[in-house]
Ligand binder design. Structure first.
Ligand code: SF4
Length: 221
């Protein structure tokens, strides 16, 4: 490689492109996060679930925390909510491989009920402690648009209380003046008991994903 103006020197003294350097930093962050003990959630979870996706992703999607299947596999959005997300992405003409996807909190918080592990909402302190990792992902991926999936992510990213029904689908600025969009969490759609209402909730969600795509394409996010 011919050293160019965008080359940087890594911690190990190696000269590399700025892109490769960021990729190395992101991989190092994921490795470090696997040993994280900043809050108590590492104790009961199987493993950390760090974000994944391309470094040059235009869209970063941020959920609340990993679920049962994510905790077992170590990958974000691989369970039922992930399948809802994939369907909405497909309707918007996007693929998962184009999106960087992560969570506000990187370890699964749950309550054991017999053999089942029931999702438990992370508290403010856990969210704040885990922000350390989300900030690194945001800085290194630097997406054009951040999409908050659900109110926990929306409040963590915006730094204020939000009413999801009023904020969803509206472009807004998140902390650090980042272009953002809020929508519901795909798992909330799965919890809608009535078929017709669930179809409507999914249609709204797919519309928001489509809006995210348009915002990044128009470059006006
Ligand atoms: S949830 Fe986040 S802050 Fe807490 S231990 Fe896991 S990685 Fe660290």
């Amino acid at each position: 490689m011919t050293p160019g103006s965008s080359d940087v020197v890594s911690k190990t003294g190696k000269r590399m492109s700025e892109q490769n350097h960021r990729a190395e930093m992101l991989a190092a962050a994921a490795t470090e996060a696997a040993r994280c003990q900043r809050c108590p959630l590492f104790r009961n979870a199987t493993q950390v679930v760090f974000g994944e996706g391309p470094l040059d992703a235009a869209i970063m999607m941020v959920g609340e925390q990993p679920g049962d299947q994510e905790d077992r596999t170590g990958r974000p959005f691989v369970g039922p909510a992930g399948r809802v997300l994939d369907e909405a992405l497909a309707q918007a003409g996007l693929e998962r491989a184009q999106i960087y996807i992560t969570n506000v909190v990187k370890h699964f918080k749950y309550e054991q009920r017999g053999k089942r592990r029931l999702h438990k909402k992370p508290n403010q302190s856990e969210i704040e402690q885990c922000r350390w990792w989300l900030d690194r992902e945001l800085a290194l991926v630097s997406p054009k648009l951040v999409v908050a999936l659900g109110v926990t992510a929306a409040e963590a990213l915006s730094g204020r209380r939000l009413v999801l029904s009023r904020s969803r689908g509206q472009p807004m600025r998140f902390l650090g003046d980042r272009p953002g969009l809020v929508t519901q969490h795909p798992s909330a759609i799965l919890r809608v008991p009535d078929d017709a209402a669930r179809r409507r909730a999914f249609a709204e969600f797919a519309q928001d994903v489509q809006a995210a795509r348009k915002l990044t394409e128009a470059g006006n996010s």
